[in-house]
Design a protein around this ligand. Structure first.
Ligand code: 5GP
Ligand code: MN
Length: 338
């Protein structure tokens, strides 16, 4: 976003209107934290604000302040479309291309509302009038904090906003350990704590709500972990039958891919999760150092994201997807053996 646009944005924000705030499909902590954080901020200006998520999200995010007001496009499509059609302003948060909003993309595209993108993913599309894109940022939540600061409104951050933004920064930085975590990130976090975010409480709500069956599923995932030492790569598979066996619920596999990356000398980790209902294999990719899983996913698996964390998908069977993955890897021998 260019500095000269800030006065325009201030005028927009100062005029009460109908606003929709949208996270990406399969929203994560940063997506829900940033949308709900912005929701609370916009409410202080007496806007009519609605958060519409493209589809449902994990239970471990459903305690965020005002979570109950979130609409789900997939299950409340008519109501959501009516609200989108009426909106004058649409914020899209934590994604870089409209197709990342899933089935909601078309409604967003067709809407005549002024669009504002706040996002930290690589290669942003150019669909919004106002684009605040910064791939060096730890999280969209840190950017929402900056956005509020740019508008001169840090004093409007109450405990609800602080809690939402803290949550997204914490989840997107792997609890402040990924290289995207800067001293500025910690300064923002410190300020959010001063303004009412309860760090230990938030951590417990996100991480200490395991079900027994999720831990059993983690056990199976670890048994399925394979290592290709010469390419410093590790990968995990989970079939639909295995997910069913352990009573899989949305969010249960969150974080599993990181175990592969925790192996000594491994710099590239993947997890392949079969989704029979959608007829796809969902892929999560993580790396350490300069090997770009964003590029890897864009080139081979219809996805993208960041240098060290990306997602993708395959319409082949689980077995064929793994075969493809293994056959591609040697092309990256130089980068992976560094
Ligand atoms: P995850 O593996 O947790 O689904 O995604 C890792 C990161 O990549 C997240 O920041 C997520 O938003 C992003 N991501 C996941 N799938 C896609 C995709 O298909 N396209 C793009 N551009 N980013 C993705
Ligand atoms: Mn994010």
């Amino acid at each position: 976003m260019i500095k000269t646009q800030i006065p325009e944005l201030k005028t927009l924000i100062n005029t009460p209107q109908d606003i929709v705030v949208v996270p990406h499909k399969n929203p994560d902590g940063d997506a829900m934290g940033s949308t709900l954080g912005l929701f609370h901020y916009l409410k202080t200006y007496n806007h009519q604000v609605t958060v519409i998520a493209p589809n449902d999200y994990p239970d471990f995010l459903k305690w965020l302040p005002e979570n109950d007001s979130v609409l789900i496009f997939e299950s409340q499509q008519d109501q959501c479309e009516a609200i989108i059609n009426k909106a004058q302003l649409i914020f899209t948060l934590d994604f870089n291309a409209l197709h990342r909003a899933g089935d909601m993309a078309l409604s967003l595209e067709q809407s005549s509302a002024t669009k504002i993108m706040i996002d930290h993913h690589q290669q942003p599309d150019d669909y919004a009038k106002y684009i605040y894109s910064d791939v060096s940022m730890s999280s969209t939540c840190e950017m929402v904090y900056n956005f509020i600061e740019m508008l001169g409104d840090l004093d409007k951050i109450d405990s609800a906003i602080a809690t939402c933004l803290y949550t997204g920064i914490m989840t997107d930085t792997g609890s402040f350990r990924f290289p995207s975590t800067t001293s500025r990130t910690h300064e923002v976090i410190a300020d959010l704590m001063k303004r009412g975010a309860k760090n230990s409480d938030i951590h417990n709500k996100i991480h200490d709500t395991n079900s027994y069956s999720r831990l059993q599923l983690l056990g199976r995932a670890m048994q399925n972990l394979k290592v290709i030492p010469e390419l410093r790569t590790a990968y995990i598979t989970l079939s639909q039958a295995e997910l069913d066996e352990f009573n899989f619920k949305k969010g249960d596999t969150e974080g599993f891919v990181n175990y592969g990356l925790s192996l000594k000398d491994i710099i590239f980790a993947a997890i392949f999760i079969e989704n029979q209902q959608e007829g796809i294999v969902k892929i999560s990719l993580r790396s350490k150092g300069t090997f770009s899983v964003n590029e890897f996913s864009r080139a081979h698996f219809n996805g993208g994201g960041h240098t060290n964390a990306a997602g993708g998908r395959s319409e082949d069977s689980l077995e064929a997807t793994i075969e493809k993955f293994i056959s591609i890897l040697p092309q990256y021998k130089n980068e992976l053996s560094q």
